[in-house]
Design a protein around this ligand. Structure first.
Ligand code: DQA
Length: 145
């Protein structure tokens, strides 16, 4: 079972960027952990990160065509990207699982983070558990297969 784990803008800066909010794990460390957790669950996961909205849209199209489930941390695009929402909607419409993941709990932060345009079309959302949230997302995907 294929899973794409997609991370949006500024998440390549994990470990350096506001560690009090996002933790000290780097993106490389996150990617290794995710691949190990996925293998333990019998999933074949690939982790990708980009700061580019069009790349994320393209990867979501790729997931639909390859019938891959998706764990998506849309980062700041969460709050305003209708293009990403429309692309992400195709995942759940295709009968695939889409888990929205956030390291922090956006509801405990600034008001602009309280809106997610992705949440309504996701299968579900996991937020506030740091890097552990990616493991929970993989477990959620595995449990629905
Ligand atoms: C984030 C939360 C977003 O509000 C923020 O823009 C991010 C990361 C998180 O993982 O907590 O870049 O998605």
């Amino acid at each position: 079972t294929r899973v794409l784990v997609l991370n949006g803008p500024n998440l390549g800066r994990l470990g350096v960027r506001e560690p009090e909010v996002y933790g000290s794990t780097t993106h490389d460390e996150l990617a290794s952990a995710v691949e190990k957790w996925a293998a333990d669950l019998g999933l074949d996961a690939q982790v990708r990160q980009t700061d580019d909205e069009s790349a994320l849209v393209g990867w979501l199209h790729e997931a639909v065509d390859a019938r891959a489930h998706v764990a998506l941390n849309p980062a700041a695009f969460t709050h305003y990207s209708y293009a990403l929402r429309d692309a992400a909607a195709q995942i759940t419409h295709a009968g695939l699982v889409l888990v929205e993941v956030h390291l922090s709990n956006p509801y405990a932060r600034e008001a602009f983070r309280h809106v997610s345009v992705i949440g309504p079309i996701a299968t579900g959302t996991i937020a506030g558990f740091g890097v552990e949230g990616y493991r929970l997302a993989l477990e959620a995907i595995a449990s629905r297969l």
